[in-house]
Ligand binder design. Structure first.
Ligand code: NAP
Ligand code: MG
Length: 404
């Protein structure tokens, strides 16, 4: 195939597990390789390979993203104690995503893919709302204690030299209760801020940030102040030039404004807020199978993936000989996200153009009613035509423009 689109630099390709591993090779064979002379550095993050390499393959993949700046990842199993036995694993390997996130020190952005015939549960939402979740600290790294009875709880800080700098009563308990201490670091909050501002500039959308600085006058005030400072020092000019805004408000006000909005902005959330809001927003927009996810590091590395997991239930049916009906859209968009970014970074307009064309063909296919079973139940205004995964990809291929 002489006319395939050339790539100047490779991307990091991370293969995965179960049903999404099946989709991965189908997507490459049907929708990518016929059109693009793919250049990837391949890392097999499937559970057997992580086990065989003592998980060094995951660390190597993370390092490769730092070097090549763009990666695309298939969903992977985070093994449970039960799966440890099933797969005969040497260790209960930690989440591959957590390992890569620790290497890249990034923020995760989740964005829904919208089509005309699937209406968001919130009627006035016309454009995607992207949730940017801070992925370090707060309640996810808290120390907890079940207070057994009367007594005194204090918060104490001792500096590196052993000198006590702070001591304050948290509560004088008269009976049993519960107690928690949580933390965050300036470094992590600063990285979070940079990732959010950079991503907003990258997709030319306004950035909202909500916290509770009226109540947490030190803790949440630190988040607010760091965001303000990073914005003023590094991004205000860029935002002005791009015609976008940075907007801080209290988290509860942000939540009510988000519901009244028409969408079309990025919502930076503290860790717990992001956990809750990303599930709320993704469900209200339709389906997990239509949610994309990208990890952006503060120094500008990008790792694209689908927000969903390995779809184990479908894989079990597939192994039993049933046809695949899994929706490949979020995984296709992970690939197009990575190829588009590679094209942008390399000045390769033909490659970015291909990514746009493939996204367009996916949307066109679904808007004609041709869709997998997960979407047919949500479809409004047109007669859906349910297809299996292979038929769906064939239809997408037919909808690609002749000239790429
Ligand atoms: P899941 O794979 O996201 O699937 C949950 C359910 O959502 C499926 O059973 C299916 O519902 C529906 N679904 C998700 N993606 C779909 C798609 N593309 N097309 C159609 N339906 C889709 O979550 P899980 O079953 O809880 O987790 C399975 C494995 O994935 C676990 O080992 C977990 O550790 C891993 N995981 C990995 C990542 C990652 O690598 N980023 C993220 C999350 C989970 P129906 O069965 O009703 O059709
Ligand atoms: Mg959650």
């Amino acid at each position: 195939m002489p006319d395939r689109i050339a790539m100047k630099n490779p991307i990091v390709e991370m293969d995965g597990d179960e049903m999404t591993r099946v989709l991965w090779s189908m997507i490459k064979k049907e929708l990518l390789e016929p059109f693009v002379d793919l250049r990837t550095e391949y890392y097999d993050l499937g559970l057997p390979s992580r086990d065989e390499t003592g998980d060094s393959v995951t660390t190597e993949a993370g390092e490769a993203i730092k070097r090549l700046r763009v990666g695309v990842k298939c969903a992977t199993i985070t093994p449970t104690a039960k799966q440890m036995g099933e797969f005969g694993l040497r260790q209960m390997w930690r989440s591959a995503n957590a390992t890569i996130r620790a290497i890249l020190d990034g923020t995760v952005f989740r964005a829904p893919i919208l089509i005309d015939c699937i209406k968001p549960a919130v009627r006035n939402w016309k454009k995607p709302i992207v949730i940017a979740r801070h992925a370090y600290g707060d309640i996810y790294k808290a120390v907890e204690y079940a207070v057994p009875g009367p007594g005194r709880a204090e918060l104490v800080f001792t500096d590196g030299g052993g000198k006590e700098l702070f001591r304050e009563e948290v509560q004088g308990f008269k009976g049993p209760g519960v107690l928690m201490a949580m933390h965050n670091t300036e470094k992590s909050i600063r990285s979070f801020a940079h990732s959010c501002f950079r991503y907003a500039l990258d997709c030319k959308q306004c950035l909202w940030f909500g916290a509770k600085d009226t109540i947490l006058k030190t803790y949440d005030q630190a988040f607010r102040a760091i965001f303000d400072e990073v914005y003023k020092d590094d991004y205000a000019d860029g935002f002005r030039a791009a015609g976008i805004e940075y907007f801080y408000t209290l988290i509860d006000d942000a939540a009510s404004r988000a519901v009244r909005s028409e969408g079309g902005f990025i919502w930076a959330c503290k860790n717990y807020d992001g956990d809750v809001m990303s599930d709320l927003v993704s469900t209200a927009f339709g389906s997990l199978a239509m949610m994309t996810s990208v990890l952006v590091s503060p120094d500008g590395c990008f790792e694209y993936e689908a927000a969903h997991g390995t779809v184990s239930r479908h894989y079990k049916r597939y192994l039993n000989g049933e046809e695949a009906t899994t929706n490949p859209i979020a995984t296709i968009f992970a690939w197009t996200g990575a190829l588009r970014k590679r094209g942008e970074l390399d000045g390769n307009a033909r490659l970015s153009g291909f990514a746009d064309a493939l996204d367009g063909a996916c949307i066109k296919t679904m808007e004609s009613g041709v869709m997998t079973r997960d979407l047919t139940a949500l479809c409004e205004g047109i007669e859906p035509k349910p297809v299996n995964t292979m038929e769906f990809m064939d239809a997408i291929k037919m909808n690609l423009p002749l000239q790429l």
